[in-house]
Design a protein around this ligand. Structure first.
Ligand code: DC
Length: 227
């Protein structure tokens, strides 16, 4: 098969990025985590003393930022003006800030163009919110991966606790619900399932079952010899 693209969209904490990583390794292709790009931009804005929730502070600053992504054997590194933000991306405050900056059309235009450029000419899995609807509407496979807010909050809490952050289940759940609302209700490219995306509700599925389902859908079309 010529090069191909796979889109994985869904709300935060649904396991998109981890599934995309495992699937990409299995297929021998690259994975671009587009949420990391919104997160890195939020990190840079905060470091420069700007408020990501204020569009009139973010937009004039945008032209000073150049975002780049590097793929290493350990995974994706996301940089803004050559500063690598990879270690900070999942700090608790960054999640809301990334959702804030992702509402602005000028930010989306810039990052969507970068995402298309990176994925051009080779096989790629992209995960995010608008991959199947906006970034790659002609992707060869589209998955919409979701889970109940409670299940997603439980998974996110485990990750945050492992990093030593002190936070309760109720706080994580509230944050997830607020970000779901914001990501689904924004005017520009809201989170929604593409009509031709396979819907996977992973609330009652193991991680391995999710991967097997996706791999099966891909491999049945790709042909065993190519995998
Ligand atoms: O997938 P994530 O939680 O790392 O994404 C962080 C935020 O970035 C999320 O709240 C919405 C935004 N985002 C987006 O608007 N479009 C994408 N393709 C990816 C992420």
């Amino acid at each position: 098969m010529r090069h191909y693209t796979i889109a994985i969209d869904g709300p935060s904490g649904a396991g998109k990025s981890t599934s995309a990583d495992v699937l990409a390794k299995r297929l021998g292709i690259s994975h671009l985590d587009t949420g990391a790009m919104y997160r890195a931009l939020a990190c840079a804005l905060i470091a420069d003393g700007l408020n990501p929730a204020k569009e009139d502070e973010v937009i004039p600053a945008l032209s000073a930022y150049s975002l780049s992504v590097e793929f290493t054997p350990e995974g994706q590194h996301t940089l803004v003006n050559d500063q690598d933000w990879t270690e900070r991306l999942y700090d608790h405050e960054i999640s809301q800030a990334a959702s804030d900056v992702s509402r602005y059309p000028a930010v989306r235009r810039y990052l969507v163009a970068e995402q298309r450029r990176i994925a051009e000419g080779q096989s790629f899995i992209l995960d995010g919110r608008d991959i199947g609807t906006v970034v790659l509407p002609d992707a060869d496979w589209k998955f919409f991966l979701t889970a109940s807010p409670e299940v997603r909050a439980k998974r996110r809490l485990k990750d945050l606790e492992a990093k030593g952050e002190e936070i309760t289940f109720a706080e994580v759940l509230k944050d997830i619900q607020r970000r779901d609302d914001q990501d689904q209700s924004r005017a520009d490219s809201p989170l929604r399932r593409a009509s031709d995306a396979y819907l996977i509700d992973s609330s009652e599925l193991s991680f391995e079952q999710v991967i097997e389902y996706m791999a099966q859908k891909i491999e049945e079309k790709l042909g065993f010899q190519d995998v």
